[in-house]
Design a protein around this ligand. Structure first.
Ligand code: 2RA
Length: 329
C-alpha cells in the first residue's frame, strides 16, 4: 500500500503524520507531497528521513490513498487527477464537502455509506465533526429537531501564522497580522468570510454539513462561530432540541458508550472538558450536561476536541483505516 500525504509541511499535515505513527497505519511506502517551494525538504517519520516531492511526481507514482490537507484550490485541481490515476483521495478542505456526488464522512456515523465507487471523500469541517459525533447517539435515540451552537475556536484552526500572531502579541512584539484585529486578550466573532445572510462561511459550514452528515434536511441548525486566543482545541456550547423527552442519566450512558466520545461531567469536582486537556487527543470530550429549563425536550452540553486531531488529521486517518479494514482500497 502506497500512501500519500499532500500538504505534509502544514500544521494539519504534520498532525496527520503523528496520527499515522500513533495508529501504526499499514502502508509499505509513504509519499510526502507539498507545493514546489517545499520540494526537496526533508521530513522525519518514525526516525527515517523522507524527501518531499511535488504533486506531478506523486500522481505518477499512483498511491492507493492520498490524504489531502493542502487547501481548497489545490484539492479542486489535483484530487480529480489523483482519482483518475486510481487513487482514493481523503480531502480535508471544503472543496468537495457539499458536492452532491461526494460523501462527507465521520466514520463512526456514516462510514458504512462508503463504497469502492468513492474516489474523492470529503473530511468535514473540524467544528462540525466534534459536534455531530457528540450528537449522533442522541439523534439515534431521541431524534433531533433543532441545534443551536456557539463555538470557541482555537487559533490553530487558522494555521501556523495565526498562532504566530497570537504569540507575538502575547510577547509584546509587532505581529504579522492574519486576523483583522488583535486576537490576544480578545475574541473575534468572525471565522472565514461573511455571507449575504449575515452568517460567516464557517457558520454555514456547520449548518449545511450537519444536515448532510445526518442525511436529514429537516434538522434546524443555527451557529455562531468565534475565534479565541487559545491552543489545544475547539470548544462548543451545544443546545439541542429533541423530538421527544429524554432522561439525563440515559443521555450520559449513551455518550459514555459511544466510541470516540469521552464523558467528562462532574462539575462538583470541577471536571468538565477543556482544550488544555484535549490537546493531542483523538477523542471528543463532552460535559456540562443539563436540561434546558427554558424549553421542553432540550439539552445543553459542552463539547471539546483537538481540532487538528479528530477535527482534521484523526478523522481523515480513520477514514483511510475504514477503507483498508473494509477492503474498499
Ligand atoms: C477554523 N474550522 O477553525 C476552521 C478551519 N480549520 O478556522
Amino acid at each position: 500500500m502506497k500512501l500519500a500525504v499532500v500538504g505534509a509541511t502544514g500544521l494539519v499535515g504534520s498532525e496527520i503524520l503523528e496520527v499515522l505513527d500513533e495508529h501504526n497505519f499499514p502502508f509499505d511506502e509513504l509519499l510526502l507531497v507539498a507545493s514546489e517551494r517545499s520540494v526537496g525538504k526533508q521530513i522525519e517519520y518514525k526516525g527515517k528521513p523522507y524527501t518531499v516531492i511535488g504533486l506531478d511526481q506523486a500522481v505518477s507514482l499512483k498511491p492507493e490513498i492520498a490524504i489531502f490537507s493542502a487547501g481548497g484550490s489545490t484539492s479542486m485541481e489535483w484530487a480529480p487527477k489523483f482519482a483518475e490515476a486510481g487513487t482514493i483521495v481523503v480531502d480535508n478542505s471544503s472543496a468537495w464537502r457539499m458536492d452532491p456526488t461526494k460523501k462527507l464522512v465521520v466514520p463512526e456515523i456514516n462510514g458504512k455509506e462508503l463504497s469502492k465507487d468513492d474516489k474523492i471523500i470529503a473530511n468535514p469541517n473540524c467544528s462540525t465533526i466534534q459536534m455531530v459525533l457528540a450528537l449522533e447517539p442522541l439523534r439515534e435515540r431521541y431524534g433531533i429537531k433543532r441545534v443551536v451552537v456557539s463555538t470557541y475556536q482555537s487559533v490553530t484552526g487558522s494555521g501556523k501564522a495565526a498562532v504566530d500572531q497570537m504569540m507575538a502579541e502575547r510577547a509584546g512584539e509587532t505581529p504579522q497580522m492574519v486576523y483583522p484585529h488583535k486576537i490576544d486578550m480578545n475574541v473575534l466573532p468572525h471565522i472565514d468570510v461573511f455571507q449575504p445572510n449575515g452568517y460567516t462561511k464557517e457558520e454555514m459550514k456547520m449548518i449545511n454539513e450537519t444536515k448532510k452528515i445526518f442525511s436529514d434536511d429537516t434538522i434546524k441548525v443555527t451557529a455562531t462561530t468565534v475565534r479565541i486566543p487559545t491552543m489545544g482545541g475547539h470548544s462548543e456550547a451545544v443546545n439541542v432540541e429533541f423530538k421527544e423527552d429524554f432522561d439525563l442519566e440515559e443521555v450520559k450512558k449513551l455518550l459514555s458508550e459511544t466510541p470516540g466520545v469521552i464523558l467528562q461531567d462532574d462539575p462538583a469536582n470541577f471536571v468538565y472538558p477543556m482544550p488544555i486537556n484535549a490537546h493531542k487527543k483523538d477523542e471528543v470530550f463532552v460535559g456540562r450536561l443539563r436540561r434546558d429549563e427554558s424549553q421542553a425536550n432540550t439539552l445543553n452540553m459542552w463539547v471539546v476536541a483537538d481540532n487538528l486531531r479528530k477535527g482534521a488529521a484523526t478523522n481523515a486517518v480513520q477514514i483511510a483505516e475504514y477503507l483498508v479494514a473494509n477492503q474498499l482500497v
